[in-house]
Design a protein around this ligand. Sequence first.
Ligand code: RBZ
Ligand code: NIO
Length: 359
Amino acid sequence: MSEQELGNILAGIGPLDERAAAEAARRLDELTKPPGSLGRLEAVAQQVAGIRGEALPELGRKAVVVMAADHGVCAEGVSAFPAEVTPQMVLNFLGGGAAVNVLSRQTGAEVVCVDIGVNAMLSHPLLRSHKVRWGTANMAEGPAMTREEAVEAIRTGIEIARGLADEGFGLLATGEMGIGNTTASSALLSVLTGEEPAAVTGRGTGIDDARLRHKQEVIRRAIAVNRPDPNDPLDVLAKVGGLEIAGLAGVILGAASRRIPVVIDGFISSAAALIAARLAPLSRDFMIASHLSEERGHARLLQELGLAPMLQLDMRLGEGTGAVLAFPLVEASLKLMREMATFGSAGVSQAAGETPAGA
Ligand SMILES: Cc1cc2ncn([C@H]3O[C@H](COP(=O)(O)O)[C@@H](O)[C@H]3O)c2cc1C
Ligand SMILES: O=C(O)c1cccnc1
């Protein structure tokens, strides 16, 4: 895909349907509860109505897309775990034994596992093989990937999301696996917001203080060596990003282009969301932030996106675990709108209109 073709897809992402969202808001106010009392569930119901263009949408099947890739920057010793864990965990996803598999079974979601850049030969009937390259290069020495590879990974994500939409999936979530990917995510966040690397770089899989300082130094070096242009999201993504991050940005853009809500997981998924938002600002309206990760920088990242997380469970795992946990909340918001009685139908008195005299 050329950048021109990508540009055409981005230009096709439209705003929310304000009429449908307003109709949902009116409907919510007719239900047997004080106006606004279901809080954020009401906001989500209105958002999804605006996304789907109807006041009482049905979403159907749901899936979490788990993009896996490796990171050359692991050579610098930035993670508590070795890079071999990436392909090992992919096999674990395919065998159904990872946390995201358990939570997806719990919430009725499918796990779609994609090799977009794992540095190992992987083959499995359930694996979607779309390897753009065998892991990124070490960003502390030069660009992680070429601009063309970044575009190719985004295209892959767009096509996967659109394919799922065609298969009848109406609610998607982002998940990832890639040892070293909190380093790439922090680098992206630092460049795109101008924050100091130390302010937005955390412990990932659980590194100690000395290794955290080293990780922050590696990110400073990667930015100094590559000089990414903060106003050019593809340049930033190619130089200090990752293949799974690019792929997830594509999933989000593909979902938005098909007007499907997409639930964003933790720190790495949110970095992908920020790339998507910088490429196509309207795509933000299709995102639902699932949870606030423990990873340093996640609150800043969500603030930059203008998204409020639904859950705060002190999780810091990734894989899409927080996102699939938020699926039932999204579904609950729509079920309330569809099934609750109205004041009229249930014969319940509405609020007394005016403040009584003397009150
Ligand atoms: C067994 C295991 C399972 C995981 N599942 C997700 N991650 C998470 O940890 C990685 C990011 O942390 P860092 O940047 O410190 O390497 C990613 O793969 C992320 O999804 C895992 C990590 C491990 C070790
Ligand atoms: O929030 C996340 O997604 C996260 C945080 C730490 C390690 N892996 C993932």
